[in-house]
Design a protein around this ligand. Structure first.
Ligand SMILES: [Zn+2]
Length: 298
């Protein structure tokens, strides 16, 4: 279901590719502790965890930001027809394009495509198949890649290592070859509205993007957390965090800042409603989901 929210004069849309009870918490979190998890899970809002199968609900989605004349996508999911080793990501044929156009946009109206980092579940819709070739999906957009992530994944590819299930080759390189790529280095703002903040750890070059309008704040928070469990247990990295110590420091600092600012937090992977607020609770933090909103007036 398509949802959108207002942040001041801006509007953000959640465009879901899929979500489901897919993740075994003990697999996702190598430092998992069952007693701590049960205490946290007792506070989860409905729909984030299913005890009978012991699975966390994880979403794959894209955020669309309407800010002035800009139409900005933040991360682009897995994509259709991509050859990926995980069964739930293998040659998808989802309705993502239909949900995307239901926002009133088409592929030609997108001005910017912004990556938080370059894992395969964040770059997929960068490209679509044209015959046998992968070509950029959004022909009029600038695609903004974190330079440090690009360098890291390109270094692996140049060394002959498999890079994120082939996503670098089919979802990043065609964009660079088409001349549509911009590399984010140390600038403090992009797209006239996104404040760039380093969020190193999950990947070497991961970035957060903060927005502010009309006194309200939001943040696209990438994969600092995969699930609200990490708001209650921030010391848990996922099995996919490349720099574990950095990831923990980044998460701790982020939670404090999110609570201080009251920002609407927009990660990639939270279960519906996919966004919410971090609140101080005793010595730690708690999650307050944003109101679900399926209309366009909130
Ligand atoms: Zn991810």
């Amino acid at each position: 279901m398509l949802q959108s929210w207002k942040i001041g004069d801006f509007r953000v849309w959640s465009i879901v590719e899929y979500f489901g009870p897919t993740h075994d918490p003990e697999f996702l979190y190598p430092e998992f502790d069952r007693a701590k998890f049960q205490a946290a899970a007792a506070q989860f809002p409905p729909g984030h965890y299913y005890p009978p199968i012991d699975r966390l609900v994880v979403t794959i989605q894209t955020w669309l930001l309407e800010a002035g004349d800009r139409r900005i996508l933040i991360d682009t999911g897995v994509g259709n027809m991509k050859a990926r080793p995980a069964a739930r990501m293998l040659r998808l044929n989802t309705l993502w394009p239909a949900w995307f156009t239901a926002t009133g946009q088409d592929f030609g109206t997108i001005t910017d495509v912004v990556m938080t980092h370059m894992h395969s579940d964040h770059v997929g819709w960068n490209t679509v198949l044209n015959g046998e070739r992968w070509v950029p999906t959004f022909p009029n957009a600038r695609y903004h890649f974190p330079q440090a992530d690009y360098d890291y994944f390109k270094g692996k590819r140049d060394a002959g290592e498999p890079v994120d299930a082939g996503s670098f080759a089919d979802s990043v390189e065609p964009v660079v070859e088409a001349g549509l790529a911009n590399f984010i280095t140390d600038q403090s703002e992009i797209c006239d509205c996104l404040r760039v903040e380093a969020a190193t750890g999950h990947t070497p070059g991961q970035l957060n993007y903060w927005i502010e309008s009309g006194g309200e704040t939001g943040v696209f928070s990438a994969d600092i957390m995969h699930h609200i469990a990490q708001i209650y247990c921030p010391e848990w990295n996922t099995a996919f965090c490349i720099l574990p110590d950095e990831a923990k420091k980044t998460r701790a600092a982020f939670l404090a800042e999110a609570a201080r600012t009251g920002a609407m937090v927009m990660p990639c992977h939270f279960a519906p409603p996919h966004t919410g607020f971090v609140r101080r609770q005793d010595d730690g933090f708690a999650f307050e989901p944003a109101p679900s909103h399926y209309g366009v007036t909130a």
